[in-house]
Design a protein. Sequence first.
Length: 547
Amino acid sequence: MAADFIAHLIANIKISINTQFANKEPWQIVAITTTSVLTTVYIYETIFTRDPFDTESLVGKLKKRVFKLARKIPYVRKKLEEESDKVAKIFMDDIKESNAGLEYFLELPTLGRGRQEILELVTTYLTRGHYDWKHGRVSGAVYYYEKALVGFLCSRTEVIKMVARLFSGGPETCGSMTSGGTESIMMACKAYRDYAREERGVSLPEIVLPVTAHPAFDKAANYFGMKIRHIPLTKVYTVDLAAMKAAITGNTVMLVGSVPNFPYGTMDDIEGICQLGLKYNIPVHVDCCLGGFLIPFMRDAGYPLPPFDFSLPGVTSVSVDTHKYGFAPKGSSVVLYKELKYKHCQYFVTSDWPGGNYGSPSVSGSRSGGIIATCWAAMMYFGYEGYVNTTRSIVQTTRYMESELRSLEGLFIFGTPATSVLALGSDVFHIYRLSSALNKRGWNINCLQFPVGIHLCVTHLHTNPGVADQFISDVKEELAVIMKDPGLQLEGVMAMYGKSHSIPDRSIIGDFTRYYIDATYYTPDCDKLVEIKQNGVVQNGTDAHVK
């Protein structure tokens, strides 16, 4: 019976279709069929294969698609561009009028400015503005005032422009200031996710990057519903380009390289990554958060590097931390884009809120202008030559320490340090023994895993007389003790940390990390909470909570 019913249903469908197309011309039949199939596929993909992080309604997506198709009509596109240019000009003219008469600094001054001159410039900037916020004429924004240092648009724009020039940026190079390297990286990931969604219809975006890339990329992927493809390293601890090429798919939205990477301080082959980006039309992000205020000055300091910035055609964005070797206060970083089309995808904008149109350039909403202003002041104070001099002394110290440490029996250095990071390992003893011994002598050393190692990030403080020599001397003395019994096992916290890399269930290590973060929030009440949890005390049907 079921088979007869299905056969009868199919026959009726055939008759209905033939009737509908009986008087149609061949081209009409082809057009209707093609449109029907494409519409069905689009609706199916929208409903059943949609990005789980995409919360836009079906109606909203269809409206957006219709408007996007309409903008492809030449007349409509031309009119929209004309109106958009008018609006952009209105905003730009308003800013120009507000800043009329101000001196703009679009690149680092060759020589650093004096303290008094910088303070006078800051005072000039602070007097600008249309609204008397000091006397309560502004809604919100400034909630309390007592000789506060207020941020200003000029300093932010100038920081971005000065950094862009350092990285061979052109007239169209643009960017944003963020609260740190993590936010700069996250903003680039968000921008490329949205750009690929709008331009290529990618609903399951993927990032292809070396295993040494900063965890901020993993954090961004976790937050923004993206997938990470981690690429192994070569024997010299740089990304394996062949493996990177093999990992590229139709869902790849960005390629990543580091100059340098955090664990080993080595530099990825940015030129090679760019070739892949150009071949497959994929944006390339260069993470220079750690070395951002060393690498632009290394050529003039006598330590040239291979190309790594916007001088390479494939580089579309760069992240740079001004609060590291730029010597600005913590909480300042810059993300740069080759073109405005990428930066626009970084923004969050909504026009449907009852409170008005809302737009935000980055994760952070409100930010204090004090850090931005101080960052600008630091860059003005050092100037180009000042940064060249600090770079020379830092890299020179790093190369000296590298040479001395390479000569020590029982130690090796991972790869070739590009800037200021020295990563040490050993095939003779567990390297964490050296780290533990140096910690007891007052040195703070970072531990690495996969494989195990330790590293020292050389700063300007290490260039002070005697500091580098003292470190080398301490390493030699502790190494002599270790080599008397190289097979001795680790003890205490280092024993736990030393074994963590060999635990196959990485979720356990994740729990350890959470416990450590918990410990950083310790108060005496925490002891009571631990006691309650250990005793299994229950109040009101739930675990007791100590406030």
